[in-house]
Ligand binder design. Sequence first.
Ligand SMILES: [Zn+2]
Length: 667
Amino acid sequence: MPLALLAGLVGFPACQHQATRPVTNQVVVLGFDGMSPVLAAKWMEEGKLPNFEHLAQTGTFMKLGTTNPPESPVAWASFATGLGPGGTGIYDFLARNPKTYLPRIALVAKRKPKFLFGLIPIRPPKVTNERHGIPFYEAVADAGYKTTVLRMPLEFPPSPVPGGKLLAGLGVPDVRGTWGTFFYFASDLAPEQAGNTEFGGKLVRLNLDGADATAEISGPVDPTTNTYRRISVPVSFQVTPDKKAVTIRLDGQTETVAARHWSKWFEEKFPVNFFLSVHAISRFYVLESSPALRVYMCPLNIDPKDPALPVSYPANWSKQLADKWGDFKTLGWWHDTWGLNEGRISDGVFLQDTFRTMNTLTKILLNQLQDHPPSLMVAVYTSTDSVSHMFWRLMDPQSPTYNPVEAKKYGDAILETYEQCDKVVGEVEKRMKPGGTLIIVSDHGFHAFNKGFNTNTWLVKNGYMVLKNPNAEEKKYTLDNLFSQGSFFPNVDWSQTKAYALGLGQIYLNIYGRERYGIVEPGAQAHQLEEEIRSKLLAYRDPQTHQPVLEGVYLGHQIDHGAYAKEAPDLQLDFYPGYRTSWETSLGAIPPGIVVTNTRKWSGDHCASDPKDTQAILFINRKLDSSDPRIIDVAPTVLKMFNVSPPDQLDGKPWALAPSTPVQAER
Ligand SMILES: [Zn+2]
C-alpha cells in the first residue's frame, strides 16, 4: 500500500463544490520572495527590467510594508490571511517549547503514524499546518471562483481550494523531515569530516574499490519504531574506463553522467515494512570523476508522483503535473543554498540548478494561465530570495566574502534573477484576460549580512543567562541538533537564567509557571526585566566600529495582538543593516565573542532586520491611492475584488484601486 493512500485518509474532504463562476475579473498575484524595492528601482532606472518599468509607469510601483520580523514565513502567512503574526501564530521559522527549551519548526505540527506489530498501519501520519487564519485564495475558491495557487509558502499540508488547484511551497520538508539535507559523497573526504555538516548536509566518505564505490542514502526515520533509526537505500558509483564519467546505479535505475553534469531524476523507495515504502526523488551532480570521485546529491524530495503526504490540492495534482512536465522538486526550500553555503557545490552549479528549477514553475504557471485560466492565480517564486542570500557578497565590495575574481563571473547573479522575473511578468501579462488585475509583491527586502551577533553570549556576559560550567568546551552544533531530540542548551543553568535567545531574532524570558524551570515572576518583574534588556541592547556598540548594532528591540506583547499573541517572543530584535543573529546563536551555541564576522557565502539577509529597512515591493497594473500599503492588505484587497466577505476580522485594509489599465498584448 503506498503511503499516499494512507495520507488520503488523513483529512482532505472531497470537493464540496466546484468552481462555477465564469472567469471575468481575473486577478493574478505574483510573489517574488525577497525582491528589494531598492534594487528593482535601480535596475528599472538602468533599463534592465522593462516589464516592471512599464508597470511602474502605467500603474503602481511602491514600497510595501512588511511584518516584524521581516521573515518569509511570517510575512507570507500575513500576506495569505490579512492577519499579523499574533493572528497567524507564525513568528519565525522556529518556535520553542517552554517545557523543554527545545526548538521546533514553527510551520507544522507532526503526529507519527501507528502500526500494529510494527507492520499494519492503524493510524495514518498527520501533519497540521500551524499557520492560522483563512487564506484569501481559499475564501475566493469557496465562493465558487476558479483558483490556482502555485508554490505557496506555508501550505503544508495544502489548504483546500474547492474546484481549484494548489501546489505547496516553503514549508514542505524533504523525506528526512528537514528543510533539505543535501548529500556529498567523496573518496577524498577525511574520515573525521564524514557526518552531518553544520547546516543541513550529510558528508559520506566513499571507499573506492578500483573504479567502484557503494554508499547508503539515509532517508526517513522509521515510523514503526520509537527510535530515530533512519531507513537507507544503497547507491553505487562506477567510474567509466576513460575516467570522464560516472555510472550511477540505484534500485534498478542506471545512468552514466559525465563529470560536471547533472543526472536525471532518480527514484528512491525507502521500505518501511512489507506493505509500505516512502518514495523520494533526487538528482546527482558529478563534481569530479578522477582522480577523486566526488558526487553531490540534492535533497530527497517527496516524490510528486507518490507523495508520502500530499504536497498539492487535490492530492493527486502533483502526480498529474509530474506526468505532464516530468519530475520536479517538491521541497519547500527550493534552491540548494545549503550545498553552496557549505562549499560542496560551486556558484555556477547552484545558479544552473536554480534557474532550471525556476523555469519549471514558469512553465506550469504560463500553461495554467493559457490553457486552464483561473479567476484567481497566485504564484510565488523564491529564487529571488535564495540568490540574494547567496550572492550579495559579489555585489558588495564591503562584504567580508567579496572576491573580485568571482565577482567578475557571478557579480550579476541577483540582477540576472530579477531579469528572469521581469520576463515572467511579460509572459504572464500576455496570457492574462483583458482588463485583469496584476499584483506583484515581495515579502521583504534585503541588505548585507556582514556580521553576526551572538545573542546568548551577550545574555551570558550581562548576567541574564548563567552557564553551569563557563569554561566548558562548546559542543559542535549542527542543524541536525535542531531536529533531533537532544538537549539544546546543555550547559545552561536554568535555575539562575533569566532569558534565552532562540531562532533568528527572538529572546524569551525564563518565566515562572510558563518555562519548565522558570524563575522570573510574570507581571511587573518580567516587564522591568524586558525594559532593562531592551535598553542595554539598544545601547550596545560594535566594538570595532563603535556603531550601534540594534535598531529596534520590541516587546512582543506590545506589537502583537490576536489569538496567538501569547506565542510571541518576549523581545523581538531588529538589527541595523549589515548585522544579523549569528549562525551559532540560531543553532543554540554560546561561543566566546559577541560580534563575529560572517565568513559564509550566505551574505545577504533580512530575517532579523528592522521592517522599515527591509520593505518589500509592490507593483500593480492599476493606480493605487495609498501612501502606506502593507503586505497584510493584499488579502482584504483581493477578497474585495471578488466581492467575498473576509472570513475573520482582518488586520489589513483593502486598497482603493483605479480601474485597470488594459493589458498590452504586444510589446
Ligand atoms: Zn530569505
